[in-house]
Design a protein around this ligand. Sequence first.
Ligand SMILES: NC(=O)c1ccc[n+]([C@@H]2O[C@H](COP(=O)([O-])OP(=O)(O)OC[C@H]3O[C@@H](n4cnc5c(N)ncnc54)[C@H](O)[C@@H]3O)[C@@H](O)[C@H]2O)c1
Length: 275
Amino acid sequence: MSLFDAYRYDGRRAVVAGGATGMGAAVVDVLLDAGAEVIAMDRAEITRDGVTAVSLDLSDKASIEAAVDGLDGPVDALFSCAGVADGTPGLERINFIGHRHMIDRMVDKELLGRGSAIGMISSAAGFGWEENLHNVEQYLAVRDFDEATAWAQEHGRTDYLWSKLTVNAFVAQEAMPLLKKGIRINATLPGPTTTPLAKANADTWLTFAEDYRAEVGIEASTPLEQAYPLVFLCSPAASGITGITVVSDAGYFSSGTSKAYQPAVDAVGFMRMEF
Ligand SMILES: NC(=O)c1ccc[n+]([C@@H]2O[C@H](COP(=O)([O-])OP(=O)(O)OC[C@H]3O[C@@H](n4cnc5c(N)ncnc54)[C@H](O)[C@@H]3O)[C@@H](O)[C@H]2O)c1
């Protein structure tokens, strides 16, 4: 045993929801190297060797319940990675309601026990969650999968930005009740990352903060660079951290918030508006 073992996953079991491509696939790669047993779940085919592949459609309650109920033992870390862009039918379920239903079912069935952790992926779109908390709270209070779906559809809240505001608020709101059960929950808020999803929306997703990256001399993030902090957050090494969304955007929002980089100030102001 060494102190550094707290960063590893030997003897630990992880579920990666959205593990076929992009950041989720990178999380799978890191977890395998860290010694974990990995169950990768996705709507798309999972081609990675060394994992148990499970079919999962987060827009479909029955599919989520079947995937969870098919687990044959406890889970030490749940990574809620799957997400889709505006224009995808079922976005409100895939990006938030489905992940929450999966978490709730795992907690109810005591599959996530003391010492386990949940890691979600938010987005720059969720940056203004504190300014929008009073709006988002009404939605978060609707806990049932079908009722929350109906709420989002009736209130015109089926968009990407709203889904990510809710992820951040959910992570903050759940920290205390989950910790009473010994479970931690955190998220990352990645900057533009070269995944299939971002490449498919390159005009908007990969041009965001391009000026900042040119100025500091970096490229858009790789999926692996986003996997590292998420895997850390669900490891025992992060046992003192819960309820936090880590902004993994290479300093763009901090530079705007602190006014260190003037062109980012407007972006920060925009993201903190009430939506
Ligand atoms: N790429 C970026 O620039 C960026 C930036 C900020 C946040 N994000 C977020 O990162 C997360 C991961 O996205 P990515 O960029 O790696 O994209 P990606 O498309 O490579 O990965 C998303 C995964 O989710 C899966 N998925 C989609 N719909 C599903 C469904 N109904 N049920 C189950 N799985 C489903 C996909 O098959 C895919 O494997 C998303 O939540 C996204 O919103 C991405």
